[in-house]
Design a protein around this ligand. Structure first.
Ligand SMILES: [Fe+2]
Ligand SMILES: [Fe+2]
Length: 321
């Protein structure tokens, strides 16, 4: 039975507990000794850990562990650079006798995937331009099975079951609302951009049905979802008979959504709907990371450092009196 969750860990305490392996690697330190570099997690969060001086015997058993396994550890909670970390002393595999309930370990988006999919599909169905509508519906319907569980990242923002749908849904809600503020925007293009911008995350990232990712596919490593997306959509748009300008504009939206070369976009957005798509994407990722970091922070205290937010430590407001 799981008693200790990541959110309950207190610095300096020594404890025993069950966690799911999120990432695992055996590495060699500067002292030439082998150590285990591991990320453990449950449905309340993740924490990285180290086990130093791994013996040859241990090496053989540890190399059989993989992402998604639930293990039992004995460890001390240390703090390094403002982040909690585990110093693991004992580690073992679990079995049926440990009474593992997978729901304790899997992080998932807060809404029902079928409902999120239905919301997104409805917005796609409302696109006036028939080519854009067809393109969106086709990609949603062809990928429905994967979309229902896929995470939007292997780490960081929306790295959870159905995280990609959650990301698309909230971006759509924000984007549609902003079309009422910036009335010169063409909603068809905003909706299309949101629905398609990360569609190739489905092949960039590898994920099991619990939304747990072991990392990137070969294509994902070498090309990434932006280039993969442009390639995929170009083919589809040719088949659908898109005219030249429309085809290039859709490709540009995908290409420019990360806004700068350092983040994978070779071009900055060159029309307003593409610019808005970038802001929606960026805003949703940051809001997600903030909400997530504060979930494991006590009122009146600062969070751990958040790597994706320039290593900031966020403050959680005290409860109102
Ligand atoms: Fe993206
Ligand atoms: Fe995105």
């Amino acid at each position: 039975m799981k008693e200790k969750f990541v959110i309950d860990l207190v610095t300096d305490e020594e404890f025993m507990g069950y966690f799911m392996v999120k990432q695992i690697a055996l590495k060699v330190g500067s002292n030439r000794k082998t150590y285990l570099d591991i990320t453990l997690g449950d449905n309340t969060g993740e924490i990285s850990g180290k086990k130093w001086d791994v013996s040859d015997e241990e090496y053989a058993s540890l190399s059989r562990y993989s992402v998604g396994d639930v293990i039992k550890v004995q460890a001390r909670v240390t703090e390094w650079n403002g982040m909690q970390q585990l110093r693991i002393s004992k580690i073992r595999m679990t079995g049926a006798e440990d009474g593992i309930d997978l729901r304790d370990y899997i992080k998932a988006a807060p809404e029902d995937p079928e409902e999120m999919f239905a919301y997104i599909r409805e917005r796609a169905g409302e696109i006036n331009d028939s080519g854009l509508r067809q393109l969106c519906l086709m990609n949603l319907d062809d990928n429905k099975e994967k979309l229902l569980y896929y995470p939007a990242a292997s780490k960081n923002h929306h790295a959870e079951r159905s995280g990609l749908l959650w990301h698309i849904k909230r971006m759509l809600m924000s984007g549609i609302a902003l079309c009422d503020v910036y009335t010169f925007l063409d909603k068809d293009w905003v909706v299309t951009g949101v629905i398609l911008h990360d569609i190739e995350k489905l092949t960039e990232i590898e994920s099991d049905k619990n939304g747990i990712s072991e990392g990137y596919s070969f294509e994902g490593m070498m090309l990434g979802h932006i280039v993969q997306g442009v390639k995929l959509l170009e083919k589809q748009m040719e088949e659908l008979g898109f005219d030249y300008e429309k085809k290039i504009m859709v490709e540009h939206m995908i290409l420019a959504h990360h806004n700068e070369p350092d983040y994978g976009s070779p071009k900055r957005p060159l029309f307003p709907e593409a610019q808005l798509l970038h802001h929606l994407d960026d805003m949703d990722a940051k809001m997600y990371d903030m909400e997530d970091a504060l979930k494991s922070t006590r009122p009146g205290e600062f969070s751990d450092r958040v790597w994706t937010l320039h290593n900031r430590r966020l403050y959680k407001m005290k409860d109102g009196e």
